[in-house]
Design a protein around this ligand. Structure first.
Ligand SMILES: *[C@@H]1O[C@H](CO)[C@@H](O)[C@H](O)[C@H]1NC(C)=O
Ligand SMILES: *[C@@H]1O[C@H](CO)[C@@H](O)[C@H](O)[C@H]1NC(C)=O
Ligand SMILES: *[C@@H]1O[C@H](CO)[C@@H](O)[C@H](O)[C@H]1NC(C)=O
Ligand SMILES: *[C@@H]1O[C@H](CO)[C@@H](O)[C@H](O)[C@H]1NC(C)=O
Ligand SMILES: *[C@@H]1O[C@H](CO)[C@@H](O)[C@H](O)[C@H]1NC(C)=O
Length: 259
């Protein structure tokens, strides 16, 4: 009788210990996937980015999107995003920028010039915000429109600006930036010298303060770190709880034996 009871207690406590260590193991085994270092980019599986959709929901960028569709440059950009390793970087002026553009006007441009103007707003390579520091050393940079359609980049301790001669504008925010597609908002329509000439009227610049918004792709690592540590404490709590219940079982088993 004593023997049977003893072996029952022994079996139960062993099973419990096994279950405990298994669950603790499962917890710890899972945790390496949530590594504290910034996770590598997700697998480049079906990374189709619908540019039309992106420009429709963000912004408002309706004027820019209308020009892209009218000139069919949207297909050129989408194809570059879909089918190249290089990817694409697009500088998108908001509707306000088109509205405030009085002179020179876009209304007299030929269809071909309009198309070049749209292509001028892109680079045939994906650049993250941090890449622009390097790009500023390589100015002037040839845009998607090619040849004489160049932009100068300046990097003022992290604040990136574009200069086409006619238009100087900061990159005011990152709308979307995941390789192979980057979309940055700019405050002005980019007017190339290759279309409008170099006879640029001096601007009585009231230099509006660039209201630079934080890059959309920075703060994620912070919240990630928080998650990781809470997971870890969770798992160690679990181990402690397991040890306790195991102890309680053993003690009660011993008590049962002697009663
Ligand atoms: C892209 O988005 C637009 C607007 O939401 C939609 O009309 C179009 O069908 C989409 N294209 C693809 C290939 O999903
Ligand atoms: C881009 O890829 C999407 C999804 O595969 C496809 O529906 C669309 O037609 C492609 N567009 C271009 C211009 O390659
Ligand atoms: C556009 O064309 C009209 C007439 O066709 C002309 O009066 C006007 O000055 C032109 N504007 C520009 C900016 O060239
Ligand atoms: C930086 O730009 C130079 C050209 O200006 C280029 O040769 C070099 O490869 C770039 N480096 C990186 C890390 O992109
Ligand atoms: C761009 O930079 C080049 C070389 O530094 C310079 O010659 C050119 O005038 C600049 N263009 C503009 C529009 O600032």
């Amino acid at each position: 009788m004593e023997k049977v009871r003893f072996s029952m207690v022994f079996m139960i406590s062993t099973t419990l210990l096994l279950l405990c260590s298994l669950s603790a193991y499962a917890q710890t085994a899972k945790s390496p996937s949530i590594s504290p270092t910034p996770a590598p980019a997700p697998a480049p599986a079906p990374n189709f980015v619908n540019l039309t959709q992106l420009l429709t929901v963000a912004g408002p960028f309706h004027t820019f999107l209308n020009y892209l569709e009218q000139t069919k440059v949207i297909d050129t950009f989408q194809n570059q995003a879909n089918n190249t390793e290089e990817g694409i970087t697009i500088f998108v002026p908001k509707d306000d920028a088109f509205k405030s553009l009085k002179s020179p006007s876009l209304s007299n441009l030929t269809q071909d010039q309009l198309k070049q103007l749209m292509l001028f707003h892109a680079l045939s390579h994906y650049y993250s915000l941090s890449d622009f520091k390097n790009l500023s050393q390589g100015s002037p940079v040839v845009t998607y429109a090619g040849g004489a359609y160049t932009l100068n980049f300046t990097d003022d301790s992290g604040a990136v600006s574009l200069d086409s001669g006619w238009s100087k504008t900061p990159i005011s925010s990152s709308v979307f930036s995941t390789d192979p597609v980057a979309l940055y908002q700019v405050d002005k329509v980019l007017l190339p010298e290759a279309i409008f000439g170099t006879d640029i009227p001096p601007t009585p610049v009231p230099a509006p303060a660039p209201d630079v918004m934080p890059a959309a792709d920075t703060p994620s690592s912070v919240s990630d770190g928080g998650k990781t540590s809470s997971k870890q404490t969770n798992s160690s709590h679990r181990i402690v709880r397991c040890a306790w219940s195991y102890l309680v079982w053993v003690i009660s088993g011993v008590l049962v034996l002697f009663l």
